[in-house]
Design a protein around this ligand. Structure first.
Ligand SMILES: Cc1ncc(COP(=O)(O)O)c(C=O)c1O
Length: 575
């Protein structure tokens, strides 16, 4: 955007004009602040929520000597505003879109901000760069200062809105701040419900156990004991392999290529990716990796290979205590095992007296269309690990489900301070009661999963030289790209255009779709429109055309952000 164009748009969108000594300032509406920008000869108005935004705009669009002066907003008279209401609304919408586009300019990304604004103000990024450990990762791909969120939309401090197809890496299956869950939690906190209790019995835990049993385990005729482990996924995995070793008296655990099970030492030994394994600082022990379904190509039966190894006393494979598997590998690139492969895996485990652990931390809680990802395959694991979306509200919580005969812990043998998060129990029970007492929610997931698949097929057909395959199941899908760098450029472009997509796979070559299951169909389409447009922009190596950008902006800032997201508290509901 040039200065001249900015001026033109400002004038067009203004609903009130104010002449100051410095020049003419255009006011858009009674906003907390209006900042005027003055260069050598002119003063230009701007709608900026904060002074920092005004500085960012100036640094990217105006010569270095440009000054920013603050002109406090002037309330528009009732009369003036009523005669101008309709046109003012549309002008305000134009101004907001313009502002949104301005804010998404790449020059305002963290690095650019840091360079340009050092001398004038302290951008928020500085404190993170100065004080937060360099281990941070998602913040590097998505440099935004998250502030509010609802449903499938996340909003930064400056009010910029993004469609969130990452959803807390799958821990927000029911969307951000789901109103049903929030209400239950607010009520619980307001009534001084227990927050911390060690593993004491609480009413919140009692309610969760009833809900989980009545809504999930009972109807599925699954007989599992429930262990509340430490609050993250890796804690549940640690508990699972520890009890499997204790029960069987063996130590080896078989995991699969491209599997991800956490980064604490026991679970890290089961995780395939060398990036994580390399940070262990110790030899990782007690695990053997076997090829996942189709890892060796469509023709090779990887279970034949595994069983041959198990049957041969000279294979070098110690007889394992357990096999741990993800039915769909989330971090590993959205590889989905076939149902037949999973059934045969269970049969081998049964024959060989090996415990089968399904790690449903990412693929569970409805992600693939049913509450558990393994029921569609007709298998019943000995143990199941769950975390991420089990609380439903993004609160830390993890559980290990195990067949009663495997619950051989002595009291306190696997202990800790945080073995049950009561706030998480409250939201988890609310989610189970609201979404899983009938089949409606599961049906809605299947339908949206089909829509997602058909939209991904379209992208696949449009860019056959870029997309190698579509992977996954239900609302857990991936687009595998030929070129990882191109995949990175596409997700970066989509982020600029207002949608958050993560990547996974051995080389981060798979664009991952992990949006809330409650996402509205319109939002799902909008996000995919943005992605498709990002493909176009990156592949054709051209900046997004003004018209295309405007239409994407209209889709995100217009349809999603303004009319829906924060206007109606219950908007994320789909059923
Ligand atoms: C399948 C699976 N298992 C285990 C974990 C580890 O969970 P956490 O990161 O909460 O420790 C993850 C995290 O992504 C996961 O996807």
């Amino acid at each position: 955007m040039t200065v001249a164009k900015a001026k033109g748009k400002s004038a067009q969108a203004a609903i009130h004009k104010k002449t100051t000594k410095a020049g003419t300032v255009y006011l858009y509406e009674p906003k907390p602040f209006v900042w005027a920008i003055r260069d050598d000869s002119n003063t230009h108005g701007g709608l900026f929520q904060t002074k920092l935004d005004a500085y960012r705009f100036v640094r990217s669009e105006f010569p270095a000597r440009t000054k920013v002066i603050h002109i406090p907003s002037t309330p528009i008279s009732r009369e003036a505003s009523s005669t101008q209401t309709r046109s003012a609304q549309s002008r305000t919408a134009i101004a907001k879109r313009q502002c949104h586009r301005i804010q998404r300019d790449p020059t305002m990304r963290r690095s650019a901000m840091k360079k340009d604004l050092k001398t004038t103000c302290q951008p928020h990024a500085d404190i993170f760069e100065q004080k937060e450990s360099s281990v941070q990762s998602y913040a590097r791909s998505f440099p935004l200062l998250c502030n509010q969120a609802r449903g499938a939309v996340i909003c930064d401090k400056d009010g910029r809105k993004y469609l969130d197809f990452l959803a807390g890496a799958g821990s927000l299956n029911y969307g951000h701040n789901n109103p049903v869950l929030k209400e239950a939690l607010v009520e619980y906190i307001s009534s001084d419900g227990i927050t911390h209790s060690l593993d004491l019995h609480t009413c919140a835990k009692e309610k969760f156990l009833h809900s989980f049993n009545d809504a999930i385990l009972g109807p599925l005729q699954l007989d599992y004991k429930i262990q509340f482990t430490g609050p993250t996924g890796t804690n549940a995995v640690e508990a699972a392999i520890k009890i499997a070793r204790k029960v069987t008296g063996r130590s080896t655990v078989i995991s699969f290529t491209n599997g991800f099970h956490g980064v604490s030492l026991g679970s890290l030994a089961l995780t395939g990716n060398s990036h994580f394994r390399g940070a262990a600082g110790l030899p990782l022990q007690g695990a053997v990796a076997m090829p996942y379904d189709k890892y060796l190509g469509p023709e090779t039966d990887t279970l034949d290979y595994m069983e041959t190894m198990l049957n041969d006393p000279a294979s070098g494979l110690d007889h394992p205590a357990a096999v741990i598997v993800e039915t769909v590998q989330g971090e590993g690139g959205l590889n989905a095992a076939s149902f037949d492969w999973l059934r045969r895996l269970q049969a081998i485990c049964n024959r060989q007296e090996i415990l089968l652990i399904v790690d449903d931390i990412q693929a569970g809680c409805g992600r693939t269309g049913e509450f558990f990802s393994f029921t569609a395959a007709g298998i019943t694991p000995d143990m199941v690990t769950m975390s991420k979306s089990i609380s439903g509200f993004g609160l830390p919580m993890a559980v290990l489900l195990m067949k009663p005969e495997h619950d051989q812990w002595k009291p306190g043998e696997h202990n800790g301070t945080f073995r049950g998060n009561n706030h998480a129990f409250v939201t988890a029970a609310a989610a189970l009661d609201h979404y899983w007492r009938t089949e409606d929610f599961a049906k809605a997931i299947v339908k949206k999963g089909e829509l997602l698949e058909s939209r991904l097929q379209e992208i696949f057909k449009l860019y056959p030289d870029e997309v190698v395959e579509i992977r996954g199941r239900g609302m857990m899908r991936g687009l595998r790209c030929k070129n990882p760098e191109r995949a990175a450029a596409i997700t970066a472009q989509a982020f600029k255009d207002g949608a958050i997509f993560e990547r996974s796979g051995s080389h981060d070559e798979v664009i991952k779709f992990l949006m809330p299951l409650t996402i509205e169909t319109a939002q799902l389409n909008q996000g995919l429109d943005i992605l498709q447009q990002a493909f176009d922009t990156v592949i054709n190596d051209k900046p997004c055309s003004r018209d295309a950008r405007r239409s994407a902006s209209r889709r995100t800032t217009g349809a999603v952000a303004e009319s829906k997201v924060f206007a109606h508290p219950g908007q994320a509901e789909v059923i």
